[in-house]
Design a protein around this ligand. Sequence first.
Ligand code: FAD
Length: 429
Amino acid sequence: ERAGGEGWQAVVIGAGQAGLAAAHELARRGLRPSEDFAVLDASPGPGGAWRERWDSLTLGRAHRVADLPGLPLGSPDPRAPASRVVSDYYDRYERVFDLRVQRPVRVRAVRASGLAAPALRLGRPSLRSRAPGQTGESGVPRDTWLAVEAEAAGRPRTLLARMVISATGTWTHPYVPWVPGAPGFRGRQMHTAGYRRAEDLAGARVVVVGGGLSAVQFLLELAPVAASTTWATRRPPNFTRAAFDEQWGAEVERAVDRRTASGTPPASVVRTTGIPLLPEYLRGVREGVLVSRGMFDRVGLEGVRFSPDALTGEQARGGLGPSARDGSGGAGELVVPESWRPFEEPTWVEADVLFWNTGFRHALTHLAPLRLREPGGGIQMSSRVAVARDPRVLMVGYGSSASTLGATRAGREAGRVAVERLGPAARRR
Ligand code: FAD
């Protein structure tokens, strides 16, 4: 890939919030964009996942979009679509710091090349691999190049890298739970990732699935234009009085970190954050729009069957919090009891559209050849960004850093750790 067979010091995969923050930190610490490190992004333009989001998601309605390091977002119009504002912001960021993002370049796989590379410096114990079976520094893959196999304009391309910073987000991996009968449904099934505007569902009978903020916001948008809306959640809606402040944010991050430190897949941030008590949401509850009817356990040709068993069975498998059946939302208290009215008998509800707002999974298939997963399905992290099994790989936007604030912080940390591991030879300026 490089003249003379030289590889890259680092390749950053993905140019969303996390990837840009990492690239910025690499540059700030003396690595040169397009010389020492490359940033590859599958999207046709700047903005990461934000450029794909629906029109009605304005900055005022987003939780919060954190600043990237070194160039604040400023105070754009809160009524402007977040997709446009954030794409413009990232575009500006890439140009101001001359990060030379290459796009559209999709990484298909990262593999061990077996070719000898300058060894990484893993001096401090916190930087060493703690992978079971790969003890200490012996056996730790730190002195061979990684082969980053990508596709650009339909052409394969391979880059050799001493380190990879993976920042691919979740947007490309929508998650839909399996429910018997779903493949036979005659209506339309769609996921959060495919939503553009409420008018597209005008006149339809819509079942909205999921207990997170996307479901809540879509229900309120769809109610005036749809023929009907029905809300399906496995648990009582998790309204919370918690102030979305820094202390609360730190607690959420610690909870997710505990999971990734043990190699367990990270819990959904949506599930951890809860629904704030906004006046428009409470109005939605009063008007019957934000009232969950429980969950369905069967999809028919023309609708879904809600059943109390969907809740009991789920609880039996440990999926529901201990207090969910008594309606207390798992937190010991049901904050808005009127929002939970599950069907007490099996009940068919006819539907034209099943709208799954059931979250995303981390986009990690490109890392599969490196076999980073633990038996539990997660990737064990030895710090917020460092993968325990392979010191050549850092991940940002994974686990506790899957928020715009967390992604920025983790990106910075990844840049710092990468430069430490690459050692002084990497900084040629
Ligand atoms: P992304 O922004 O997804 O960027 C990943 C980039 O990697 C993309 O450009 C993609 O094209 C590229 N990519 C993916 N795969 C490959 C590949 N194989 N090869 C090359 N490039 C690839 N967080 C908040 O803090 N506040 C909010 O209000 C908020 N709202 C959200 C709403 C929704 C619906 C979702 C799904 C998430 C929301 N989040 C929010 C979470 C937040 O968006 C993210 O945590 C953060 O912006 C993600 O940044 P990222 O850089 O990790 O990923």
